[in-house]
Design a protein around this ligand. Structure first.
Ligand code: F6P
Length: 355
C-alpha cells in the first residue's frame, strides 16, 4: 500500500509527532508499505510533488516544532475555481492517482478538513487529523497543538504579571484565535487573568473600564486582560466581518487591542500597555500532553487506514480516540458557549468578560 501525508494551514506544535506516529504504526503493521510526504500542504498536491519518507526522516522528530513537510494556506473557496480549464481540486485528484496513493493523511484545521471532504467526494481515500492551536474543530474535544499554545501563553502572562505589578499597570495580552476564544479562555483562567475578552462574547469598553476602576478601588494594584485576536466590541456586532475589517484598517489596526488600550488609558487614568503574543504560540517543542495526544491520534489514523476506513477524521471524545465522517464536520466550527460551564466557572471566581 502507498500512503501520502501532508500538513496544511497554520502550523502548530505536535505536527511532527503525528507524522512520526503514522509512519511508525504503518511500518510496524503493513508489509512493503510505501510512505511519501507531500510538501507545502495542498500546494504540493496541486503541483504533484512528493518524496519518500524514510525511517531516518521521521524517527527523531517527536519533539520537533513546526512541520518537516512544510505547510501553506490554500483557500477552500479557490479549490473549485477553474484555472486554464482545470480546478485545483481536479489537479489534486489527478495527482493523487498519478502518485498511486491508496490513502492520504491530511493534518490540518477546519479549512483543511473542508478540502479533505471534497477530495473524498471525488473518490480519494482521505483521513484527517485535527490540528490547530485554536481548538475550534467541530466534533473533537481537543486538537493537537492547543495545549502547547496554552502553556506558552500562560507562561507569557506569568511573566507579564510581574512587570504589571511592579508598575501598577493594566496589561492587555493579545492571544491568537480569530473565530474561537478557547485559547484565550483556557490561558486566561490558567494564568489568573482578571478579564477575558473572546469573539463569542462581544464586550463593551466602558464595562471593561468600570471593572478595572472597581478592582483598583478594592485594593488591586494591577490588571491583566487576556484579549483574543478575534475579540469584538458589542458596537461592532452589527457590521459584517468585511466592514469591521475595513473600519479597523482605516484606523491602521487589525485587532481591537490598540483601540482598547488607548481607551482604557484615557478613561481609567491608569497606565495601560499591550503585548501581542503572536506566532510564539505556534512555535517550538510540543508539551508532553501534545506529544502523547499527537502520537495517539497518528497511530489511530494509521490503524483506520489499515482497516480501509476512509473519509473520516480522528477525534477525541472524553478519554477516547474516535473518528467522525469528514462530510459531517466539514464547514462547522466548535465555539465557546457563552453560557457554558467553563465561562460560568470563570465568572464564579470573579473573572470579567466586559459585559
Ligand atoms: O492556525 C490558527 C491561527 O494561528 C489563528 O489563531 C490565527 O488567526 C491565524 O492562524 C494566523 O494565520 P497566519 O499564519 O496565516 O498569519
Amino acid at each position: 500500500m502507498k500512503f501520502g501525508i501532508l500538513t496544511s494551514g497554520g502550523d502548530c506544535s505536535g505536527l511532527n509527532a503525528v507524522i512520526r506516529a503514522i509512519c511508525l504504526c504503518i511500518s510496524q503493521n503493513v508489509k512493503n508499505a510505501e510512505i511519501v510526504g507531500i510538501p507545502d500542504g495542498y500546494g504540493g498536491l496541486i503541483r504533484g510533488e512528493c518524496f519518500p519518507l524514510k525511517r531516518e526522516d521521521y524517527e527523531d522528530i517527536l519533539d520537533l516544532g513546526g512541520t518537516v513537510l512544510r505547510t501553506s494556506r490554500q483557500p477552500f473557496k479557490l479549490m473549485t475555481v477553474s484555472d486554464n480549464g482545470t480546478t485545483r481540486l481536479q489537479k489534486m485528484c489527478e495527482n493523487y492517482r498519478k502518485m498511486g496513493l491508496d490513502c492520504l493523511f491530511t493534518l490540518g484545521g477546519a479549512g483543511t478538513h473542508k478540502t479533505a471532504a471534497l477530495l473524498c467526494m471525488e473518490g480519494c481515500n482521505v483521513i484527517g487529523l485535527p490540528k490547530t492551536i485554536d481548538n475550534d474543530i467541530y466534533g473533537t474535544d481537543v486538537t493537537f497543538g492547543f495545549q502547547t499554545a496554552v502553556e506558552v501563553a500562560t507562561e507569557a502572562i506569568d511573566r507579564i504579571r510581574t512587570t504589571a505589578a511592579s508598575h501598577s499597570r493594566t496589561m492587555l495580552v493579545e492571544i491568537m484565535g480569530n473565530k474561537a476564544g478557547w485559547l484565550t479562555l483556557h490561558t486566561g483562567i490558567a494564568a489568573g487573568a482578571d478579564m477575558i475578552l473572546i469573539p463569542e462574547i462581544p464586550f463593551s469598553p466602558e464595562a471593561v473600564a468600570d471593572f478595572i476602576v472597581k478592582q483598583r478601588r478594592s485594593g488591586k494594584t494591577h490588571t491583566i486582560i487576556a484579549v483574543a485576536e478575534g475579540a469584538v466590541l458589542a458596537s461592532e456586532v452589527k457590521f459584517k466581518k468585511s466592514e469591521r475589517t475595513f473600519i479597523r484598517t482605516e484606523r491602521g489596526e487589525t485587532t481591537v487591542t490598540p483601540h482598547l488600550t488607548e481607551f482604557l488609558q484615557q478613561s481609567t487614568g491608569f497606565e495601560t500597555r499591550a503585548s501581542v503574543l503572536g506566532y510564539l504560540q505556534r512555535g517550538g517543542t510540543p508539551c508532553a500532553y501534545d506529544r502523547l495526544l499527537s502520537s495517539r491520534l497518528g497511530g489511530f489514523a494509521a490503524k483506520l487506514a489499515c482497516e480501509g476506513r476512509f473519509g473520516v477524521t480522528a477525534a477525541v471524545s472524553g478519554n477516547r480516540i474516535t473518528f467522525n465522517a469528514l462530510t459531517e464536520i466539514a464547514g462547522k466550527y466548535k465555539l465557546v458557549d457563552p453560557k457554558g460551564a467553563i465561562v460560568n466557572f470563570a465568572k464564579s471566581i470573579g473573572i470579567g468578560f466586559g459585559i
